[in-house]
Structure formats: structure tokens, C-alpha cells
Design a protein around this ligand. Structure first.
Ligand SMILES: Cc1cc2nc3c(=O)[nH]c(=O)nc-3n(C[C@H](O)[C@H](O)[C@H](O)COP(=O)(O)O)c2cc1C
Length: 167
């Protein structure tokens, strides 16, 4: 698929088949994340494709809005980072870097026929502890991953002219 097809066909998937995800596909997704840009190229991050049911359960329990979606997926994708630097624009590098990496991860997943759903409703501390990461590590986004068990219609988007302009 071209990047434009991927952007058009990706959906947030909240129901997954039990079919395990091939390790090679997980490696490709983690590799897509590893190749992402980061502020000052610091790469203060770690990426995880979690398949261990016990760890997934702990992450699911930490996910306020959608625990069933996390627990029901064969994999949970996590990007964690420990860079506390704030850029001149006022935003934390870590949040921006990890969001870029997670976006690459879910787009790569789409290319590989896998569903995903970016999730920010988790308790960061609990996810950090579930992964055995030291204090100070941040986890702004996680995502379930797996073969979709639903085909949702596209969610509406604001009209081009409402949100974009060439000036
Ligand atoms: C930063 C961010 C946080 C999100 N958090 C959640 C979440 O906690 N639970 C959930 O079910 N979906 C979550 N979503 C998914 C959005 O609801 C979804 O992307 C949006 O409704 C558009 O649907 P689409 O992804 O199918 O195009 C999140 C998406 C983003 C970008």
C-alpha cells in the first residue's frame, strides 16, 4: 500500500481475533518505530511488543476507558521514554518523540494487515511498573495490536477547508 492508502484505510480497531501475530511482523513494527526521528536524535526510548498474558493483564487493568480492548488483543504495543527536556516551543520532547514513534508503529501495522488503536486513557505509572521500567519513564500512548475482528466504517473527519489551508 502507498502511505496515502495506509492513512486512508487505518481504523481504530477495538476487537481482535485470537490469532497470534507473527514475530517477524512484530519485529517490522518495532523497527519502524526505531527508525523514527527524535528531538536532537536523542532516542531516549524503548519499544515493547507485549505478548505475555500476565503483563498484558496488568496493562489492561491500568487502562481506564478500554480494558477489554487491551486484554482481548494478542499484543500490546508500548513506547516509553525518559527524556524530560522541554523544547523551546514549550512541549516535552518525550511526548512528541513517542507519539511520532507510535504513529509509525500503527501505520506499519496497517501495512501488515494488523489492527491497532492508540490509547491514552491508561495509568502511566501502572504501565511503567508492569514493564519493569524505572521511575521517571513516561508512557504517553499504548496500542493493542492484532488481526481485526471488526471492520469499522471510517470515522468522520472535518472538511479539508475547515482544518487545512495553503497560504
Ligand atoms: C492521542 C489519542 C488517544 C486516544 N485514546 C483512546 C482511548 O483511550 N481509548 C480508545 O478507545 N480510543 C482512543 N483513541 C482512538 C480515537 O478515539 C480514534 O483515533 C478516533 O476516534 C478516530 O477514529 P479512527 O482512529 O478509527 O480514525 C485515541 C486516539 C488518540 C490519537
Amino acid at each position: 500500500m502507498s502511505i496515502f492508502d495506509i492513512l486512508e484505510t487505518r481504523r481504530s480497531i477495538r476487537q481482535y481475533q485470537d490469532t497470534p501475530v507473527e514475530p517477524e511482523k512484530l519485529r517490522q513494527i518495532l523497527e519502524a518505530m526505531r527508525l523514527c526521528p527524535s528531538a536532537r536524535n536523542m532516542q531516549d526510548w524503548k519499544f515493547f511488543a507485549v505478548t505475555d498474558p500476565a503483563v498484558k493483564e496488568r496493562i489492561a487493568a491500568a487502562t481506564g476507558a478500554s480494558p477489554a480492548m487491551i486484554a482481548g488483543a494478542p499484543v500490546v504495543l508500548v513506547a516509553a521514554g525518559n527524556n524530560d527536556r522541554v523544547m523551546n516551543c514549550g512541549h516535552r520532547c518525550c511526548s512528541v518523540d513517542l507519539t511520532i514513534a507510535m504513529t509509525a508503529g500503527v501505520l506499519a501495522a496497517t501495512e501488515l494487515g494488523l489492527g491497532s488503536c492508540l490509547v491514552g486513557s491508561h495509568d502511566e505509572e501502572t504501565v511503567r511498573e508492569a514493564l519493569g521500567l524505572p521511575e521517571g519513564w513516561h508512557v504517553p500512548l499504548i496500542s493493542p495490536l492484532g488481526y481485526p475482528a471488526e471492520s469499522p466504517a471510517p470515522r468522520p473527519r472535518k472538511a479539508f477547508d475547515e482544518v487545512a489551508e495553503i497560504r
